[in-house]
Write a protein that binds this ligand. Sequence first.
Ligand code: DX5
Ligand code: ZN
Length: 227
Amino acid sequence: MTPRRGSDDIRINPSILAADFVNMQAELARIAGADFVHVDVMDNHFVPNLTFGPQMVGRIQETSPVPLDVHLMIDAPDRWAPGYAELGAASVTFHLEAAAEPVTLARRLRAIGARAGVAIKPDTPAEGLYDVLDEFDQILVMTVEPGFGGQSFRAETMPKLRALADEARRRGSAVWLQVDGGISASTIDQAAEAGADTFVAGSAVFGADDPDAAIRALRAQAQRHAH
Ligand code: DX5
Ligand code: ZN
């Protein structure tokens, strides 16, 4: 098959869910070599956990050395997601399971100037997205059940990712394929080989003695599979 992208198109996005929330500025400085900072917004409704909302994300936006990749694990994203784009986030990803009008919402996010992302939980099929791939800049295939960091990677999501990557290639789509949950030195090869190009890693980066070295190592590992 013809290549969809090369090794320069690999992105490592550390998740600040694994950072020290009361030292956020210092934690952000530890990942200055990342491509984006992954910001997990949870509302205690869509997922059984609560993190922070627009006020905190706005301060992270002002403080972060790298652009923001906001992952909204919230109900009613049609109502709330545009506000995160207006804060200046580089990308805003909402869950397909929670959105009333996913394509309309993606268009609004793009109109504000953000990359539009849609996420699917491990048990949500991807086929429904095939005909609307062009409406999105990135698709997040969750590799754990959303809600908590530090869970084990679910390899059974890989056939869905591979099928999505094949479909994107077949359609000549430039959509980024992101994975999130349990990504580490021992799992990133599987995800990269299946076609992911954007990797969220929380504990594997912030749990390392040298987060920037961990980012570089993960990126180098994924680049070996670029296709
Ligand atoms: C989980 C979040 C993830 C989480 C990943 O619901 O969406 O972004 O921070 O954490 P690790 O990499 O530790 O699995
Ligand atoms: Zn996330």
